[in-house]
Ligand binder design. Structure first.
Ligand code: ATP
Ligand code: MG
Length: 425
Protein backbone atom coordinates (compact mmCIF):
# COMPACT_ATOMS: atom_id res chain seq x y z
CA UNK A 1 0.00 0.00 0.00
CA UNK A 2 1.37 3.40 -0.89
CA UNK A 3 1.90 5.87 1.92
CA UNK A 4 -1.11 8.06 2.61
CA UNK A 5 -0.11 11.62 1.74
CA UNK A 6 -1.75 15.01 2.12
CA UNK A 7 -2.96 16.55 -1.16
CA UNK A 8 -0.30 18.28 -3.26
CA UNK A 9 0.60 21.70 -1.93
CA UNK A 10 -0.94 21.04 1.49
CA UNK A 11 0.98 20.11 4.62
CA UNK A 12 0.60 18.96 8.17
CA UNK A 13 2.00 21.58 10.48
CA UNK A 14 3.48 20.48 13.79
CA UNK A 15 6.54 20.68 16.03
CA UNK A 16 8.88 23.63 15.59
CA UNK A 17 7.05 24.89 12.55
CA UNK A 18 3.74 25.00 14.40
CA UNK A 19 5.44 26.87 17.26
CA UNK A 20 7.07 29.34 14.90
CA UNK A 21 3.79 29.98 13.11
CA UNK A 22 1.99 30.41 16.41
CA UNK A 23 4.62 32.99 17.44
CA UNK A 24 3.89 34.98 14.28
CA UNK A 25 0.16 35.04 14.97
CA UNK A 26 0.71 35.90 18.64
CA UNK A 27 2.97 38.82 17.70
CA UNK A 28 0.46 39.96 15.10
CA UNK A 29 -2.36 39.98 17.64
CA UNK A 30 -0.25 41.92 20.14
CA UNK A 31 0.82 44.50 17.59
CA UNK A 32 -2.69 44.71 16.13
CA UNK A 33 -4.18 45.49 19.53
CA UNK A 34 -1.61 48.20 20.09
CA UNK A 35 -2.82 49.86 16.86
CA UNK A 36 -6.47 49.58 17.86
CA UNK A 37 -7.36 46.65 15.60
CA UNK A 38 -10.23 44.31 16.33
CA UNK A 39 -10.60 40.73 15.30
CA UNK A 40 -12.78 39.89 12.33
CA UNK A 41 -13.12 36.27 11.26
CA UNK A 42 -14.82 35.82 7.91
CA UNK A 43 -15.89 32.47 6.44
CA UNK A 44 -13.32 30.36 4.65
CA UNK A 45 -15.58 30.16 1.61
CA UNK A 46 -17.57 32.92 0.00
CA UNK A 47 -19.71 33.31 -3.10
CA UNK A 48 -17.29 33.24 -6.01
CA UNK A 49 -18.47 36.74 -7.04
CA UNK A 50 -16.89 38.20 -3.89
CA UNK A 51 -13.44 37.42 -5.28
CA UNK A 52 -14.06 37.41 -9.00
CA UNK A 53 -15.09 41.01 -9.45
CA UNK A 54 -12.65 42.83 -7.19
CA UNK A 55 -9.61 40.78 -8.10
CA UNK A 56 -10.37 40.93 -11.81
CA UNK A 57 -10.91 38.15 -14.33
CA UNK A 58 -7.37 38.47 -15.63
CA UNK A 59 -5.63 38.28 -12.29
CA UNK A 60 -3.59 35.13 -11.67
CA UNK A 61 -5.81 34.29 -8.76
CA UNK A 62 -9.14 34.45 -10.59
CA UNK A 63 -7.93 33.13 -13.92
CA UNK A 64 -6.25 30.00 -12.65
CA UNK A 65 -5.69 29.72 -8.91
CA UNK A 66 -9.07 29.68 -7.21
CA UNK A 67 -10.63 26.59 -5.70
CA UNK A 68 -14.18 27.12 -6.89
CA UNK A 69 -16.99 24.65 -6.76
CA UNK A 70 -20.69 24.43 -7.24
CA UNK A 71 -22.53 23.35 -4.16
CA UNK A 72 -26.11 22.30 -3.79
CA UNK A 73 -27.75 20.61 -0.85
CA UNK A 74 -31.46 20.49 -1.54
CA UNK A 75 -31.94 18.25 1.49
CA UNK A 76 -30.48 21.07 3.58
CA UNK A 77 -32.76 23.67 2.08
CA UNK A 78 -30.74 25.13 -0.82
CA UNK A 79 -33.01 26.27 -3.61
CA UNK A 80 -30.34 26.87 -6.23
CA UNK A 81 -26.82 25.53 -6.54
CA UNK A 82 -24.29 28.05 -5.24
CA UNK A 83 -20.98 29.08 -6.83
CA UNK A 84 -18.49 29.07 -3.98
CA UNK A 85 -14.75 29.67 -3.65
CA UNK A 86 -12.24 28.89 -0.92
CA UNK A 87 -10.68 32.12 0.33
CA UNK A 88 -7.66 32.96 -1.88
CA UNK A 89 -6.96 36.20 0.07
CA UNK A 90 -8.64 38.17 2.85
CA UNK A 91 -9.32 41.68 1.59
CA UNK A 92 -12.37 41.02 -0.56
CA UNK A 93 -14.04 38.94 2.16
CA UNK A 94 -13.34 41.55 4.85
CA UNK A 95 -14.88 44.24 2.64
CA UNK A 96 -17.85 41.99 1.95
CA UNK A 97 -18.29 41.54 5.72
CA UNK A 98 -18.04 45.29 6.24
CA UNK A 99 -20.90 45.80 3.77
CA UNK A 100 -23.01 42.82 4.93
CA UNK A 101 -22.91 43.97 8.53
CA UNK A 102 -23.63 47.63 7.85
CA UNK A 103 -20.44 48.74 9.50
CA UNK A 104 -20.23 52.03 7.63
CA UNK A 105 -21.80 53.69 10.69
CA UNK A 106 -18.64 53.01 12.68
CA UNK A 107 -15.85 54.27 10.48
CA UNK A 108 -12.93 54.07 10.64
CA UNK A 109 -12.82 50.30 11.06
CA UNK A 110 -9.64 48.42 11.87
CA UNK A 111 -9.81 44.68 11.34
CA UNK A 112 -7.26 41.97 11.94
CA UNK A 113 -7.73 38.41 10.71
CA UNK A 114 -5.63 35.29 10.27
CA UNK A 115 -6.09 31.81 8.90
CA UNK A 116 -5.71 29.62 5.84
CA UNK A 117 -5.96 30.78 2.24
CA UNK A 118 -6.06 28.63 -0.88
CA UNK A 119 -4.48 29.08 -4.29
CA UNK A 120 -3.84 26.46 -6.95
CA UNK A 121 -0.17 27.30 -7.54
CA UNK A 122 2.88 25.24 -8.32
CA UNK A 123 4.08 24.14 -4.89
CA UNK A 124 7.62 25.11 -3.87
CA UNK A 125 9.38 25.96 -0.65
CA UNK A 126 7.38 28.88 0.77
CA UNK A 127 4.60 28.45 -1.78
CA UNK A 128 1.72 26.15 -1.00
CA UNK A 129 -1.85 25.54 -2.09
CA UNK A 130 -3.11 25.89 1.42
CA UNK A 131 -1.09 28.58 3.16
CA UNK A 132 -1.78 30.95 6.02
CA UNK A 133 -1.96 34.68 6.26
CA UNK A 134 -2.19 37.40 8.84
CA UNK A 135 -4.25 40.25 7.47
CA UNK A 136 -4.95 43.84 8.50
CA UNK A 137 -7.40 46.28 6.93
CA UNK A 138 -8.12 49.92 7.78
CA UNK A 139 -11.37 51.18 6.27
CA UNK A 140 -12.67 54.72 6.09
CA UNK A 141 -9.52 56.82 6.00
CA UNK A 142 -8.35 58.32 2.73
CA UNK A 143 -5.39 60.28 4.03
CA UNK A 144 -1.76 59.33 3.40
CA UNK A 145 -1.24 59.27 7.17
CA UNK A 146 -3.41 56.14 7.29
CA UNK A 147 -0.98 54.49 4.87
CA UNK A 148 1.87 55.46 7.17
CA UNK A 149 0.04 53.93 10.15
CA UNK A 150 -0.46 50.67 8.29
CA UNK A 151 3.15 50.42 7.15
CA UNK A 152 4.35 51.36 10.65
CA UNK A 153 2.27 48.54 12.07
CA UNK A 154 3.79 46.05 9.64
CA UNK A 155 7.26 47.37 10.42
CA UNK A 156 6.70 47.00 14.15
CA UNK A 157 5.52 43.44 13.70
CA UNK A 158 8.52 42.55 11.55
CA UNK A 159 10.84 44.04 14.14
CA UNK A 160 9.11 42.21 16.97
CA UNK A 161 9.78 39.04 15.01
CA UNK A 162 13.44 40.02 14.76
CA UNK A 163 13.26 40.65 11.01
CA UNK A 164 14.14 44.33 10.90
CA UNK A 165 17.52 43.59 9.31
CA UNK A 166 16.28 40.88 7.00
CA UNK A 167 13.61 42.69 5.03
CA UNK A 168 13.51 45.74 2.80
CA UNK A 169 10.39 47.81 2.27
CA UNK A 170 9.72 48.30 -1.43
CA UNK A 171 7.36 51.20 -1.90
CA UNK A 172 5.58 52.67 -4.87
CA UNK A 173 2.62 54.82 -5.74
CA UNK A 174 0.16 53.88 -8.45
CA UNK A 175 -1.42 57.32 -8.18
CA UNK A 176 -5.12 58.09 -8.25
CA UNK A 177 -7.52 56.90 -10.96
CA UNK A 178 -6.53 59.68 -13.38
CA UNK A 179 -2.82 59.12 -12.94
CA UNK A 180 -3.26 55.39 -13.31
CA UNK A 181 -5.21 55.87 -16.52
CA UNK A 182 -2.59 58.24 -17.90
CA UNK A 183 0.19 55.84 -17.07
CA UNK A 184 -1.72 52.94 -18.53
CA UNK A 185 -1.92 54.76 -21.85
CA UNK A 186 1.82 55.54 -21.83
CA UNK A 187 2.64 51.98 -20.93
CA UNK A 188 0.42 50.44 -23.60
CA UNK A 189 1.96 52.74 -26.20
CA UNK A 190 5.43 51.62 -25.16
CA UNK A 191 4.63 47.91 -24.89
CA UNK A 192 2.80 47.88 -28.23
CA UNK A 193 6.14 48.57 -29.87
CA UNK A 194 7.49 45.37 -28.30
CA UNK A 195 4.59 43.06 -29.00
CA UNK A 196 6.72 40.59 -30.91
CA UNK A 197 8.89 39.90 -27.86
CA UNK A 198 6.25 39.84 -25.13
CA UNK A 199 5.27 36.57 -23.50
CA UNK A 200 1.88 35.10 -24.27
CA UNK A 201 0.54 35.99 -20.83
CA UNK A 202 1.68 39.57 -21.18
CA UNK A 203 0.21 39.88 -24.67
CA UNK A 204 -3.14 38.85 -23.26
CA UNK A 205 -2.82 41.44 -20.54
CA UNK A 206 -1.84 44.24 -22.86
CA UNK A 207 -5.52 45.12 -23.30
CA UNK A 208 -7.03 43.85 -20.10
CA UNK A 209 -4.47 44.87 -17.49
CA UNK A 210 -1.19 46.18 -18.84
CA UNK A 211 0.08 47.33 -15.43
CA UNK A 212 0.41 43.76 -14.40
CA UNK A 213 2.98 43.18 -17.11
CA UNK A 214 5.38 45.17 -14.92
CA UNK A 215 5.10 42.27 -12.49
CA UNK A 216 5.88 39.56 -15.06
CA UNK A 217 8.41 36.93 -14.02
CA UNK A 218 9.26 36.12 -17.66
CA UNK A 219 12.89 36.96 -18.54
CA UNK A 220 12.16 38.63 -21.88
CA UNK A 221 9.26 40.56 -20.43
CA UNK A 222 11.54 41.84 -17.72
CA UNK A 223 14.03 43.18 -20.22
CA UNK A 224 11.26 45.04 -22.01
CA UNK A 225 9.78 46.28 -18.75
CA UNK A 226 13.15 47.65 -17.69
CA UNK A 227 12.86 50.25 -20.45
CA UNK A 228 9.23 51.13 -19.80
CA UNK A 229 8.26 54.69 -18.90
CA UNK A 230 8.34 55.48 -15.19
CA UNK A 231 5.08 55.59 -13.33
CA UNK A 232 6.02 58.78 -11.53
CA UNK A 233 6.24 60.60 -14.88
CA UNK A 234 2.49 60.44 -15.45
CA UNK A 235 1.52 61.25 -11.89
CA UNK A 236 -0.71 64.30 -11.33
CA UNK A 237 -0.04 66.86 -8.62
CA UNK A 238 -2.51 65.42 -6.09
CA UNK A 239 -1.03 61.95 -6.43
CA UNK A 240 2.50 63.31 -6.07
CA UNK A 241 1.54 65.10 -2.89
CA UNK A 242 -0.10 62.00 -1.51
CA UNK A 243 3.02 59.94 -2.10
CA UNK A 244 5.25 62.67 -0.67
CA UNK A 245 3.17 62.68 2.52
CA UNK A 246 3.49 58.90 2.86
CA UNK A 247 7.25 59.13 2.49
CA UNK A 248 7.46 62.02 4.96
CA UNK A 249 5.55 59.97 7.52
CA UNK A 250 7.82 56.97 7.05
CA UNK A 251 10.85 59.24 7.42
CA UNK A 252 9.38 60.68 10.60
CA UNK A 253 9.22 57.28 12.25
CA UNK A 254 12.43 56.07 10.67
CA UNK A 255 11.09 53.27 8.49
CA UNK A 256 13.61 52.75 5.70
CA UNK A 257 12.22 52.16 2.21
CA UNK A 258 13.25 51.74 -1.36
CA UNK A 259 11.16 53.46 -4.05
CA UNK A 260 10.49 50.75 -6.61
CA UNK A 261 8.89 52.22 -9.73
CA UNK A 262 8.01 48.79 -11.07
CA UNK A 263 6.12 47.61 -8.03
CA UNK A 264 2.50 46.88 -8.78
CA UNK A 265 0.16 44.69 -6.83
CA UNK A 266 -1.40 41.63 -8.39
CA UNK A 267 -4.99 42.77 -8.08
CA UNK A 268 -7.12 45.29 -9.90
CA UNK A 269 -8.33 47.28 -6.98
CA UNK A 270 -5.19 49.09 -5.85
CA UNK A 271 -4.43 52.83 -6.07
CA UNK A 272 -1.86 55.17 -4.53
CA UNK A 273 0.37 53.33 -2.08
CA UNK A 274 1.62 49.83 -2.88
CA UNK A 275 4.29 48.10 -0.82
CA UNK A 276 6.05 44.84 -0.21
CA UNK A 277 8.47 43.77 2.47
CA UNK A 278 10.99 41.57 0.71
CA UNK A 279 13.79 39.36 1.99
CA UNK A 280 16.66 37.90 0.02
CA UNK A 281 16.73 34.85 2.28
CA UNK A 282 13.83 32.87 0.84
CA UNK A 283 14.78 32.70 -2.82
CA UNK A 284 11.96 33.37 -5.26
CA UNK A 285 9.46 33.40 -2.40
CA UNK A 286 10.96 36.58 -0.97
CA UNK A 287 7.85 38.65 -0.34
CA UNK A 288 6.84 38.13 3.26
CA UNK A 289 4.24 40.87 3.64
CA UNK A 290 2.51 43.04 1.07
CA UNK A 291 -0.33 45.47 0.72
CA UNK A 292 -1.67 48.72 -0.53
CA UNK A 293 -4.55 51.14 -0.86
CA UNK A 294 -7.80 50.09 -2.53
CA UNK A 295 -10.17 53.04 -2.47
CA UNK A 296 -12.60 51.72 -5.09
CA UNK A 297 -13.05 48.18 -3.85
CA UNK A 298 -15.95 48.50 -1.44
CA UNK A 299 -17.97 50.49 -3.94
CA UNK A 300 -17.24 47.90 -6.58
CA UNK A 301 -18.61 45.22 -4.25
CA UNK A 302 -21.83 47.21 -3.96
CA UNK A 303 -21.14 49.09 -0.75
CA UNK A 304 -20.95 52.83 -0.01
CA UNK A 305 -17.81 54.52 -1.37
CA UNK A 306 -15.27 53.81 1.36
CA UNK A 307 -11.50 54.13 1.14
CA UNK A 308 -9.36 51.31 2.43
CA UNK A 309 -5.79 50.20 2.91
CA UNK A 310 -4.49 46.87 4.11
CA UNK A 311 -1.80 44.26 4.01
CA UNK A 312 -1.31 40.54 4.31
CA UNK A 313 1.68 38.58 5.54
CA UNK A 314 2.48 35.00 4.70
CA UNK A 315 2.67 33.17 8.03
CA UNK A 316 4.79 30.28 6.69
CA UNK A 317 7.35 32.67 5.19
CA UNK A 318 7.46 34.87 8.27
CA UNK A 319 7.82 31.80 10.48
CA UNK A 320 10.61 30.34 8.34
CA UNK A 321 12.51 33.59 8.48
CA UNK A 322 12.05 34.42 12.14
CA UNK A 323 11.99 30.90 13.58
CA UNK A 324 11.09 32.24 17.01
CA UNK A 325 8.73 30.65 19.47
CA UNK A 326 10.46 28.73 22.17
CA UNK A 327 9.89 25.16 23.12
CA UNK A 328 7.36 25.08 25.94
CA UNK A 329 8.59 23.76 29.31
CA UNK A 330 7.96 20.01 29.26
CA UNK A 331 5.12 19.01 31.54
CA UNK A 332 5.51 17.52 34.99
CA UNK A 333 5.00 13.76 34.80
CA UNK A 334 2.67 12.27 37.31
CA UNK A 335 3.17 8.57 38.06
CA UNK A 336 0.39 6.95 40.03
CA UNK A 337 1.18 3.38 41.10
CA UNK A 338 -2.07 1.52 41.77
CA UNK A 339 -5.81 2.07 41.66
CA UNK A 340 -6.24 4.43 44.59
CA UNK A 341 -3.26 6.46 43.53
CA UNK A 342 -4.65 6.76 39.99
CA UNK A 343 -7.81 8.37 41.31
CA UNK A 344 -5.94 10.70 43.65
CA UNK A 345 -3.62 11.62 40.77
CA UNK A 346 -6.53 13.15 38.82
CA UNK A 347 -7.11 15.50 41.70
CA UNK A 348 -3.44 16.39 42.10
CA UNK A 349 -3.04 16.99 38.38
CA UNK A 350 -5.96 19.40 38.33
CA UNK A 351 -4.65 21.41 41.28
CA UNK A 352 -1.22 21.68 39.63
CA UNK A 353 -2.88 22.80 36.37
CA UNK A 354 -4.93 25.36 38.26
CA UNK A 355 -1.62 26.80 39.40
CA UNK A 356 -0.47 27.06 35.78
CA UNK A 357 1.78 24.00 35.81
CA UNK A 358 1.42 21.66 32.86
CA UNK A 359 1.03 18.04 33.81
CA UNK A 360 0.66 14.70 32.05
CA UNK A 361 0.15 11.34 33.69
CA UNK A 362 2.14 8.24 32.83
CA UNK A 363 0.13 5.29 34.07
CA UNK A 364 1.74 2.31 32.38
CA UNK A 365 4.70 0.06 33.12
CA UNK A 366 6.83 -0.26 36.21
CA UNK A 367 8.41 2.72 37.90
CA UNK A 368 11.79 2.18 36.27
CA UNK A 369 10.26 2.27 32.80
CA UNK A 370 8.28 5.35 33.60
CA UNK A 371 11.31 7.17 34.97
CA UNK A 372 13.25 6.25 31.85
CA UNK A 373 10.56 7.70 29.66
CA UNK A 374 10.35 10.81 31.83
CA UNK A 375 14.10 11.34 31.59
CA UNK A 376 13.99 11.03 27.82
CA UNK A 377 11.11 13.50 27.55
CA UNK A 378 13.19 16.27 29.07
CA UNK A 379 10.72 16.72 31.92
CA UNK A 380 12.14 18.37 34.99
CA UNK A 381 9.92 16.76 37.61
CA UNK A 382 8.33 13.37 38.13
CA UNK A 383 5.71 13.12 40.85
CA UNK A 384 5.41 9.55 42.09
CA UNK A 385 2.31 8.47 43.92
CA UNK A 386 2.34 5.00 45.48
CA UNK A 387 0.33 3.37 48.27
CA UNK A 388 2.77 4.47 50.95
CA UNK A 389 2.82 8.06 49.79
CA UNK A 390 -0.95 8.09 49.52
CA UNK A 391 -1.37 6.89 53.09
CA UNK A 392 0.99 9.61 54.32
CA UNK A 393 -0.75 12.37 52.31
CA UNK A 394 2.42 12.92 50.33
CA UNK A 395 3.93 12.38 46.93
CA UNK A 396 7.55 11.71 46.04
CA UNK A 397 8.84 14.55 43.91
CA UNK A 398 11.82 13.59 41.86
CA UNK A 399 13.91 16.33 40.33
CA UNK A 400 15.02 14.59 37.15
CA UNK A 401 17.77 17.08 36.38
CA UNK A 402 19.37 17.00 39.82
CA UNK A 403 18.54 13.35 40.49
CA UNK A 404 17.20 14.24 43.95
CA UNK A 405 13.96 13.02 45.46
CA UNK A 406 11.85 14.36 48.33
CA UNK A 407 8.53 13.58 49.91
CA UNK A 408 6.20 16.54 49.67
CA UNK A 409 2.77 16.95 51.30
CA UNK A 410 -0.06 17.22 48.78
CA UNK A 411 -0.84 20.81 49.68
CA UNK A 412 2.79 21.82 49.26
CA UNK A 413 3.22 20.32 45.78
CA UNK A 414 2.51 23.49 43.84
CA UNK A 415 5.06 25.42 45.86
CA UNK A 416 7.63 22.65 45.59
CA UNK A 417 7.35 22.43 41.83
CA UNK A 418 6.83 26.02 40.77
CA UNK A 419 8.65 27.68 43.64
CA UNK A 420 12.11 26.27 43.75
CA UNK A 421 14.31 26.24 40.71
CA UNK A 422 15.69 22.82 41.34
CA UNK A 423 15.25 21.69 44.88
CA UNK A 424 11.87 20.17 45.63
CA UNK A 425 12.12 19.99 49.41
P1 ATP B 1 3.96 36.08 -4.58
O1 ATP B 1 4.50 37.19 -5.40
O2 ATP B 1 4.97 35.44 -3.69
O3 ATP B 1 3.16 35.10 -5.35
P2 ATP B 1 1.51 37.45 -3.96
O4 ATP B 1 1.71 38.81 -4.50
O5 ATP B 1 0.71 36.48 -4.74
O6 ATP B 1 2.93 36.78 -3.58
P3 ATP B 1 -0.24 38.35 -1.87
O7 ATP B 1 -1.47 38.00 -2.57
O8 ATP B 1 0.15 39.75 -1.74
O9 ATP B 1 0.97 37.52 -2.48
O10 ATP B 1 -0.25 37.68 -0.41
C1 ATP B 1 0.45 38.24 0.69
C2 ATP B 1 1.50 37.31 1.22
O11 ATP B 1 1.01 35.99 1.37
C3 ATP B 1 2.69 37.13 0.30
O12 ATP B 1 3.58 38.18 0.45
C4 ATP B 1 3.27 35.82 0.79
O13 ATP B 1 4.07 36.03 1.93
C5 ATP B 1 2.04 35.05 1.16
N1 ATP B 1 1.66 34.11 0.09
C6 ATP B 1 0.98 34.37 -1.05
N2 ATP B 1 0.80 33.26 -1.77
C7 ATP B 1 1.35 32.23 -1.04
C8 ATP B 1 1.47 30.81 -1.24
N3 ATP B 1 0.96 30.21 -2.30
N4 ATP B 1 2.11 30.10 -0.29
C9 ATP B 1 2.63 30.68 0.81
N5 ATP B 1 2.53 32.01 1.05
C10 ATP B 1 1.91 32.78 0.14
MG1 MG C 1 1.17 34.90 -6.08
Amino acid sequence: MSKLQPARGTRDIYGDEARHMRAVVDAFQRVGLSYGFEELATPIFEFTEVYKRPLGETSDIVSKEMYSFESSAREAGDKEPEELTLRPEFTAGVCRAFISNGMQQNLPCRFMSWGPAFRRERPQKGRYRQFHQINAELLGQDSPEADVDMIAMAWRLLNDLGLGDKVILHLNSLGDQDSRAAYRADLVAYLSNHKADLSEDSLRRLDSNPLRILDSKDEKDRTIVAGAPAMSASMNEASKQFFAAVKAGLDAIGVPYHHDERLVRGMDYYCHTAFEFITTELGAQGTVLAGGRYDGLIEQLGGPPTPGIGWAGGIERLAMLSATGSQPTPPVILMPMGEQATLKAFDIAESLRSAGISVVADRSGNLKKRLNRANKSGAKFAVILGDNELAAGQAAVKNLEAGTQNDVAFDALVRAISGSAGDAS
